[in-house]
Design a protein around this ligand. Structure first.
Ligand code: HSE
Length: 402
């Protein structure tokens, strides 16, 4: 029998408890033995929970119990979660987590610690919620050189963008709706400013390219500035606006990674990804393009991935499963400024001035006053675009998107 402790009884932690208890016998069959929930650590009281026998308030009880094999960290953030993860690994227990912030910032050192202690640190649920992506990337696609990963990595922003275009809601109203439905937090910044997507693309880049990519190294732009007018112009050009995280292997070995809203063709499979769904596209040199799609957040989808990791550890207890990458540095990441794109540009000036400055097809749309928008004919770097735009001061650029 394998004993599990859950740290943090929030949305994901309670989902993990439910899935472990609800599927006990099929999990035991597939994992070659019973997996028992022994402790739930949370400082709060949950008098109505069916898991009364499991609750403890002091993590030291878990840390000092030699019968606990696997610790599930669903606290979130990098404070207590980091401390408890370190202590659990030090105590020789494997740790499974859904905590993308912790993996993105401290995954390298936590993996090293796990290696030193001969235990596992697994985090399938940290990217794409219930979508299998970490294991496929590190195992099923391991024979490939990964060339690029890009995708819709945040369900809340995808929901907001979908509601804006479908119901004609301005950003603020769509955000309030997402908060009412429980997708967006009261402080929505991690989602709408792109930080959540940034952490996820960092984790994917770590695994795919083998060196640690830190969130501070990744230029990140969210969706706050995207308006209905931009969506209207995009629609007129047969495109949709989606927040994408992107990581590309450059020829010189660096990783170029960034998060930004993009105009994508209606024919791109990512354009069909709506509401809170996520989709991740991976390009390998042998396989070509492969895509992963599903529920990127939520209690049970995320618990599905966490419990699968628990089962993986339980099946291989005593055998470390490594997801290792090398230390990163200032020279690991870069080159976003070298990426060539055809750009969407919207400016308050007349259409002719805009067209003369950057060259491109003007878009039909419902902007105000004399404003105009176009997509450049030529692909160019952002620096080249800015140079062209700065040559015409009167343009008053409103928005530039990939
Ligand atoms: N808040 C995230 C999202 C879910 O909306 O996708 C967890 O990463």
């Amino acid at each position: 029998m394998v004993n599990v402790a859950i740290l943090g009884f929030g949305t994901v932690g309670s989902g993990v408890a439910e899935v472990l208890a609800g599927h006990e016998s099929s999990i035991a069959r597939k994992a070659d033995g019973l997996i028992k929930l022994k402790y739930i650590v949370d400082v709060r009281d949950f008098p109505d929970s069916p898991f009364q026998d499991c609750f403890v308030k002091d993590f030291a009880i878990v840390e000092n119990d030699p019968d606990v094999d696997i610790v599930v960290e669903t606290i979130g953030g990098v404070g207590v979660a980091l401390e408890f993860t370190r202590r659990a690994l030090e105590a020789g227990k494997s740790v499974v987590t859904s905590n993308k912030e912790l993996v993105a910032t401290h995954g390298y050192e936590l993996n090293l610690l796990a290696k030193e202690k001969g235990v596992c640190y697994l985090f399938e649920a940290s990217v794409g919620g219930g979508i299998p992506i970490i294991r496929p990337l590190s195992q099923c696609l391991a024979a490939n050189e990964i060339l690029e990963i890009h995708g819709i990595l945040n369900g809340t922003t995808n929901y907001i963008l979908t509601r804006m275009v479908r119901a004609g809601l301005p950003f603020d109203t769509a955000l309030r709706e997402a908060q009412k439905r429980g997708y967006a937090e009261r402080d929505p910044s991690a989602d709408v400013d792109g930080h959540d997507a940034c952490r996820k693309i960092c984790i994917l880049a770590d695994i795919a390219f083998g060196r640690h990519v830190s969130p501070e190294q990744v230029p990140t732009e969210g969706i706050r500035s995207v308006t209905l007018a931009d969506m209207n112009y995009a629609e007129g050009a047969g495109k949709k606006i989606r927040l994408l995280g992107r990581a590309i292997r450059l020829d010189d070995g660096r990783v170029c990674a960034y998060v930004a809203p993009h105009l994508i063709d209606q024919s791109d499979p990512l354009a069909g990804v709506e509401d809170v769904f996520n989709a991740i596209s991976v390009r390998g040199d042998a396989i070509g393009d492969v895509m992963f799609y599903g529920r990127g957040a939520g209690k049970l989808p995320t618990a599905s991935a966490v419990v699968a990791d628990v089962m993986d550890v339980a099946r291989n207890l005593g055998h470390r499963k490594a997801l290792l990458w090398e230390e990163g540095g200032p020279d690991t990441v870069g080159g976003a400024e070298e990426i060539r794109s055809r750009w969407y540009v919207r400016a308050a000036s007349g259409a002719d001035a805009l067209k003369n400055a950057v060259g491109g097809k003007l878009l039909a749309g419902r902007g105000t006053g004399g404003e105009a928008a176009l997509i450049t004919d030529a692909a160019m770097t952002r620096g080249e675009l800015d140079k062209k735009l700065s040559g015409v001061e009167a343009l008053s650029v409103i928005r530039v998107l990939n």
